[in-house]
Write a protein that binds this ligand. Structure first.
Ligand SMILES: Nc1ncnc2c1ncn2[C@@H]1O[C@H](COP(=O)(O)OP(=O)(O)OP(=O)(O)O)[C@@H](O)[C@H]1O
Ligand SMILES: [Mg+2]
Length: 586
């Protein structure tokens, strides 16, 4: 655009072509793949994605309007890296981890540098002269919230502690220690596309308790595992992910808003800021990091945002914490991959997505894990991603590929959502590959019934679906009494257990004990109804019973009130027993 010839500094290049986010640069010498480049007078950030015949192709993370042939391009000597420090918690950032602030109902770039200027209280836990290895703790930094940040010896560094900062307040950029000749700062840098190292994975079945009954009872996710939430337009993906973010049992939540509506993201930030953290009594936002690259922000930074979020989650994992990465929506991320692939003339595979789509998705979900950290502790990153198939078509490439790589699939059903059965998690097309190990974990923790309960519920809803299709054909009246009881209790499972209102103070979250009590209540009712039919009580009489106390139990008892559920179960069973002909025992 500028007519003047840019005189390149040594090592600098010159823009020769700009096509949307794709910028071709010549004359860059000695640069590497994935290196950052500052483009043009505005120094727009971009990343080298290919180098061929003296031309480096750069993926720009900002709008390239105004950039043109002849503009300068300076290599920055490092790949795209996240700055990991205490100001992450409670903050909202763009896809490159630059601070955002909430302005009205939108997130906009923060204008000040206030973040870097803050000081934080540091408490060392080693002394000068100590020998330390990578991953070892050097001290802790107190944050505003419940999470104490541990300052670790970075990967690849070890040796004698030559210097350690005094206890007290230090800036985020301050050097807190010198170990084996290497400076260790409070905030550390890590290249976002490189998984942070650990000592190895564990495959225990300890679940991440989500507080959503349909997930915890039927489609559990283990700590360090991965789940995807595919669902058509408006089926409740965002609400479900937000519920998990609010109530799950993780220490730290990283919420990546990827190409979704900006006002929705601002609402998330505002709501988390209001919400009392059930675990600490503080504010939930104090253990949350929001990475937002909303639909009104440049598309290519979306591509980076999922890796940025993942790196942040791994950073907390490495301190021995359980982090959850939530990405809404991975389909918008895949769109960025497609956009760039089509600009760069790559041979398109299915529906215009690059042939590497599957491997990109696999690499993303594979960064989930429950690991032994370099410092020898246990930490995890659990990954949950929404998928938005266009037109609800689950055979499209992003959904189909994602299904292959995740451990759990929480598939949202349009008909359930339409019938206002929320969360609209389908029991015909969802799965959990973690269910067997989670069942074994529950058994080891003293709940050997967990797997059996799950099996009975799944069988009951499947039987009820089959019989309901049959009843539509032949009429309910022509089904035998025992089958009518399956239809009845199938409905009770759906209404009293699987449905869960995000808007109800009591029902929004459920402990595993309350969920189990609700299931056990419906199963006990089922068994009693079958017994009544066997004793000659008419199905039509049983169907007339007031099921309200059972159906309302989830809403009328507090989130952990299993005993309250048991009381209602006893009342309903008593009502049923009263139907028995005199002199017969139940
Ligand atoms: N668990 C729930 N409890 C109550 N209402 C819900 C629940 N889940 C979804 N809803 C209702 O469904 C609406 C749409 O949900 P949501 O925005 O999460 O859908 P989505 O799948 O994210 O949509 P989009 O495809 O536009 O991103 C919500 O505004 C809310 O009214
Ligand atoms: Mg949504």
């Amino acid at each position: 655009m500028s007519g003047t010839e840019v005189v390149a500094a040594p090592g600098s290049g010159r823009v020769v072509r700009v096509s949307g986010p794709l910028v071709e640069v010549e004359g860059l010498s000695g640069v590497a793949m994935a290196e950052l480049v500052a483009l043009g007078p505005q120094r727009l950030p971009g990343e080298i994605v290919s180098i061929a015949e003296g031309i480096a192709t750069v993926q720009a993370y900002e709008y390239t309007g105004g950039l043109g042939p002849g503009d300068g391009a300076d290599p920055l000597g490092a790949p795209l890296s996240a700055v990991l420090g205490p100001s992450l918690l409670g903050g909202a950032f763009d896809g490159l981890l630059r601070p955002l602030r909430e302005a009205g109902r939108w997130l906009t770039p923060a204008s000040s540098t206030s973040v870097a200027e803050r000081t934080w209280q540091f408490e060392p836990c080693v002394r000068e002269g100590d020998e330390v290895a990578a991953g070892a703790g050097l001290g802790t930094v107190r944050t505003d919230g419940p999470v104490a940040l541990r300052i670790l010896v970075p990967a690849g560094v070890q040796g004698r502690v030559e210097r350690i900062a005094d206890p007290g307040h230090h800036e985020e950029a301050a050097v807190l220690a010198v170990v084996g000749g290497t400076e260790v700062r409070m905030a550390q840098r890590w290249p976002v596309r490189v998984p942070r190292p650990h000592r190895g994975r564990l495959d225990g079945g300890q679940p991440l308790v989500t507080g959503q009954r349909v997930l915890d009872l039927l489609y559990p996710i283990a700590l360090g595992s991965s789940a995807a939430v595919p669902g058509g337009f408006g089926t409740g993906k965002t609400v479900l992910l937000q519920q998990v973010a609010k109530w799950c049992t993780a220490d730290v939540i990283v919420y990546v808003g990827c190409g979704e509506r900006g006002n929705e993201m601002a609402d998330v930030v505002a709501e988390l800021g209001e919400l009392v953290d059930p675990r600490t009594g503080g504010r939930l936002i104090q253990r949350t990091v929001v990475v937002a690259n909303t639909s009104n922000m440049p598309m290519m930074a979306r591509e980076a945002s999922v890796y940025t979020g993942m790196t942040v989650a791994e950073y907390f994992r490495d301190m021995g914490l359980h982090a959850v990465l939530i990405a809404d929506s991975t389909s918008r991320w895949a769109e960025a991959l497609r956009e760039f692939a089509s600009r760069s003339g790559a041979l398109p595979a299915e529906e215009g997505y690059p042939a590497s789509l599957g491997s990109s998705l696999a690499a993303f979900y594979e960064r989930a894990g429950h690991v032994r950290t370099l410092g020898g502790e246990l930490g995890s990153v659990t990954v949950i991603g929404a998928v938005s198939p266009p037109g609800g078509d689950v055979t499209e490439p992003v959904t189909a590929n994602t299904e292959r790589f995740v451990r759990s699939l929480w598939s949202l059903d349009r008909d359930l959502a339409y019938a206002r059965h929320y969360p609209a998690v389908s029991w015909t097309s969802s799965f959990s590959r973690d269910a067997p190990t989670v069942g074994a974990w529950h058994a080891a923790q003293g709940d050997p019934e967990w797997a059996n309960r799950r099996g009975r519920v799944l069988a009951l809803v499947a039987d009820a679906d089959r019989l309901s299709a049959l009843a539509d054909l032949v009429g309910v009246g022509s089904l035998p009494g025992s089958e009518r009881m399956v239809l009845l209790t199938g409905r009770l499972v759906r209404e009293a257990v699987l449905q869960q209102s995000a808007l109800s103070a009591h029902d929004a979250v459920s402990t595993p004990e309350k969920g189990a009590a609700l299931v056990d209540a419906v199963l006990a009712v089922h068994d009693r109804c079958r017994a009544l039919v066997d004793h000659g009580v008419l199905a039509s009489v049983i169907e007339e019973v007031d099921w309200g106390p059972l159906v309302r139990a989830r809403d009328e008892t507090a989130p952990g009130d299993a005993a309250g559920v048991d009381e209602r179960r006893a009342a309903v069973l008593a009502t049923l027993d009263a139907l028995l002909p005199a002199g017969r025992a139940p």
